[in-house]
Ligand binder design. Structure first.
Ligand SMILES: [Zn+2]
Length: 489
């Protein structure tokens, strides 16, 4: 079966080993041989943002950080190789491959799979027109040759992915450490600011700090645990949880998309920063905010592999960990755009909602579906605001309303930060992909305003977005939230 849908998928991803693909390949002995040979592998309250320092300020004094479980499982090494040094990407290049349509239409095995299995590729983003993939140093020549033979021009987006990663880290340290000597105001106990990406501990400390400061309107939930024993935390902001319309916001489903948890944390800060001055459409809502849906994967991406996408659950394949949580929800789970192979970056898991993170979110939201008016999930990259469906090539019946609200948000962003975001239905721009959290929420709970947001950028830095772009990107996220909240009145 030939289909370009297999190669287009949500969320900057990745491989396309859909069931259909696997079924097709298994029918051909030569392709089975090929696969076998190549597979390896957060009242005008005192919350304040110091403009000069871009530093979140509170007066709560110093608290000892409480959260530090790396692992609470017995066999630590099974989940985290403490002896392993972080994966390096020296000499790895980031390519944008053009003219992929012909190849996709004429070949059984998806291009992404070939690049992954045969040329050490890591697919960053795929859509109808191009494929962004990083290729390790020792495969550059052979991969280029293969692409040339198949008339697919390569545009080098970056010469050295490790330099991107090192520069990102260095900029974060510089932007943060330059303040240390001249600090006069007490900084927050959590250390939250938006000049660098933070570890889970800091993000959770910030959530506890907010809850402690505004106990009358905030409630902090632990809605479950991960396979490595980390809490799944959600903060509720509401003056009237019983009656107000609800809006859910999450981030960090995919580990390497660091600007997503940063943006959702900023949204939490921004909502509360001048709460008593907020318009009614903000104040008279119940907000559920989950900055990191995939804490194990997020920490793994910070410590071991900057390009990690999935969670960290072990699989039947001893070398391969993790399920793509945004392919694990019970909606079109067996359809296109996900993989049945545990080693794939888009592995959907052994059954719908097989993962603890998925189960926790499903259970929490299902219990609160009454009056749930919006589900907003933040990813990166691509600068898109998309709405259902993704699991099939049709639009929801009120697509015109979703498109209109998205258009407004996109226009407001362009005015404010001069960045172009595109508003569209998901399957048209990212292709068919089942198992997404957005589709699930719409289909299972009937939530009207469902959007997936792909934050900055459009491919220059990709996932490795420099920390000096966090604040503006997060502002773009807040504009989207504000616009949707205004639409729900
Ligand atoms: Zn994503």
């Amino acid at each position: 079966m030939k289909t370009s849908r297999n190669t287009r998928r949500k969320c900057n991803l990745s491989r396309s080993t859909a069931t259909t693909t696997l079924a097709t390949t298994l029918r051909s002995p030569s392709t089975v041989l090929f696969i076998l040979l190549t597979v390896i592998t957060y009242r005008t309250y005192a919350l304040d943002l110091d403009e000069e320092k871009n530093q979140f300020i509170t007066n709560t004094g110093n608290q000892k950080k409480q959260f530090a479980p790396t692992t609470t499982v017995n066999d630590e090494t099974r989940y985290l190789d403490v002896n392993a040094s972080p994966i390096h990407y020296d000499g790895t290049q980031l390519w944008r491959i053009h003219n992929i349509t012909n190849y996709i239409d004429e070949n059984l095995i998806p291009l992404a799979d070939i690049l992954e299995y045969k040329y050490g590729g890591n697919v960053w983003k795929a859509n109808v027109k191009f494929l962004d993939v990083s290729i390790t140093k020792d495969h550059l020549k052979s991969a280029r040759q293969f692409l040339k033979q198949n008339h697919m021009p390569v545009e080098i987006l970056n010469e050295n992915v490790q330099k991107l990663i090192d520069d990102e880290a260095a900029m974060g340290v510089n932007l943060t450490s330059s303040d240390f000597g001249k600090r006069t105001r007490k900084s927050t106990a959590s250390g939250m600011h938006f000049k660098d990406y933070h570890d889970l501990d800091t993000i959770y400390s910030f959530m506890r700090e907010i809850r402690g400061k505004y106990p009358n309107i905030c409630r902090l939930y632990s809605i479950g645990k991960t396979v490595e024993g980390r809490d799944l935390k959600v903060l509720r902001i509401s003056e009237n949880p019983r009656d107000y319309k609800k809006i859910w916001i999450d981030g960090g489903i995919h580990a390497r998309e660091w600007v997503s948890p940063a943006t959702v944390t900023f949204i939490l800060y921004k909502l509360l920063a001048n709460w008593t001055d907020q318009p009614d459409y903000i104040r008279r809502k119940t907000w559920y905010i989950m900055p990191v849906m995939n804490p194990d994967g997020y920490e793994y991406s910070r410590r071991e592999n900057r390009l990690w996408r999935k969670n960290r659950s072990p699989s039947t394949h001893e070398q391969c960990y993790g399920v793509d949580l945004n392919r694990n929800f019970d909606i079109g789970w067996e359809s296109y755009g996900s993989s049945t192979h545990p080693c794939s970056d888009t592995y959907r898991g052994h059954s719908p909602a097989s993962e603890l993170e998925t189960q926790a979110v499903v259970k929490f939201l299902t219990k609160r579906k009454f009056n749930l008016h919006s589900y907003l999930t933040f990813h990166s990259y691509g600068q898109l605001m998309v709405y259902p469906w993704a699991y099939r090539a049709t639009k929801v019946k009120d697509a015109n309303i979703l498109q209109r609200v998205a258009n407004t948000a996109v226009q407001r962003i362009a005015k404010k930060t001069h960045q172009n975001y595109r508003a569209a239905v998901t399957y048209e721009v990212l292709g068919i992909a089942g198992g997404g959290s957005d589709d699930w929420c719409r289909a299972a709970l009937g939530t009207p305003y469902v959007y997936t947001v792909e934050l900055r950028d459009r491919g220059h830095y990709g996932f490795i977005l420099p920390p000096d772009q966090i604040l503006e990107t997060a502002l773009e996220g807040y504009i989207i939230v504000d616009t949707v909240a205004q639409a729900i009145n």
